[in-house]
Design a binder for this molecule. Structure first.
Ligand SMILES: [Zn+2]
Length: 283
């Protein structure tokens, strides 16, 4: 009991730096009090904590205790003129000191922008994980039709495979720094678990991860069944870049169904969330 209270206090203190900007804004001091991404990236996080940025469409950045994970990065049709996590885009100079792992689920251009390969020139510690044969260097990690589990820099990464759109696609289950994360890529199906491949993939994931911390998912079919099986503490709807109001609708649905998960409904690129002790806050 005592340990539980102490660890809650520690988590609260660790979360406080993230709240500062919000408090100052609420006090009407200045909007500029919102913390710059570099400041957030430079802070220490405990295992089990994460700062999460919605980038665009299915793109997310997740800062954990020791890594910065970037999944399915793409940019809006009109490229940004100034890039920063603050606006939901990656400026390599901003993440140069990070231990970066980039995930790409499949080759469709709403999940893979070749621009990500340029980050290699600027960021010393960067690795790429491809959900198919990929487009990077031979030393990158690649997944195919078979399910595999690999270890990269202390992270355990495993894949599921599907070809609902006629091309090879993976989704990644990532165990990183005390967190279990599923980025589903395009893994959803209008028939949900009535589709045998979708069902088998979800059962496999449930076996490998009895409870998810963070679940990033499209919302065009099967996601509610996936939530029931995988019990995420926090769910992040995605795949509606440019139509982000869909995410708030999904949050209402989760609530109406009484599912035991918090929803990180991004309002726009650059929206950010802090995850600690199973709780999600906007900051
Ligand atoms: Zn897609």
């Amino acid at each position: 009991m005592r340990i539980n209270v102490l660890s809650r206090i520690r988590a609260l203190l660790a979360a406080c730096f993230l709240c500062l900007g919000v408090v100052l804004t609420a006090a009407g001091i200045t909007e500029k009090a919102r913390q710059a991404p570099r400041e957030i990236l430079g802070r220490e996080l405990e295992p089990g904590q994460a700062a999460v940025w919605y980038l665009y469409h299915s793109g997310w950045a997740v800062k954990t205790a020791n890594h910065l994970l970037i999944c399915d990065y793409t940019e809006p049709p009109k490229r940004p003129t100034r890039r920063s996590l603050e606006f939901g885009s990656i400026d390599p100079a901003e993440i140069v000191d990070q231990n970066v792992i980039v995930f790409v689920s499949h080759s469709h251009d709403d999940h893979f922008d070749p621009l990500i390969l340029d980050w290699r020139a600027a960021v010393k510690n960067i690795r790429y994980i491809w959900g198919w044969e990929g487009a990077g260097l031979p030393q990158d990690a690649r997944f195919g039709k078979e399910r595999r589990t690999i270890t990269v820099d202390g992270l355990e990464i495993l894949n599921i495979y599907y070809d609902f759109d006629g091309i090879p696609e993976s989704a990644f289950l990532i165990k990183a720094d005390g967190l279990t994360i599923l980025h589903a890529g395009d893994h959803g199906h209008s028939k949900g678990v009535a589709n045998p491949v979708f069902k088998d993939n979800i059962l496999y994931l449930a076996k490998k991860a009895p409870r998810l911390d963070l679940f990033f998912t499209p919302t065009y079919g099967g996601e509610i069944e996936a939530m029931r099986a995988l019990k995420p503490r926090a769910v992040f709807p995605m795949h509606d870049g440019g139509n982000e109001r869909q995410y708030a609708r999904f949050a209402q649905k989760v609530k109406a169904l009484g599912l035991d998960a918090e929803t990180g409904a991004a309002e726009k690129p650059g929206a950010r969330f802090f995850y600690s002790q199973g709780k999600l806050t906007v900051f």
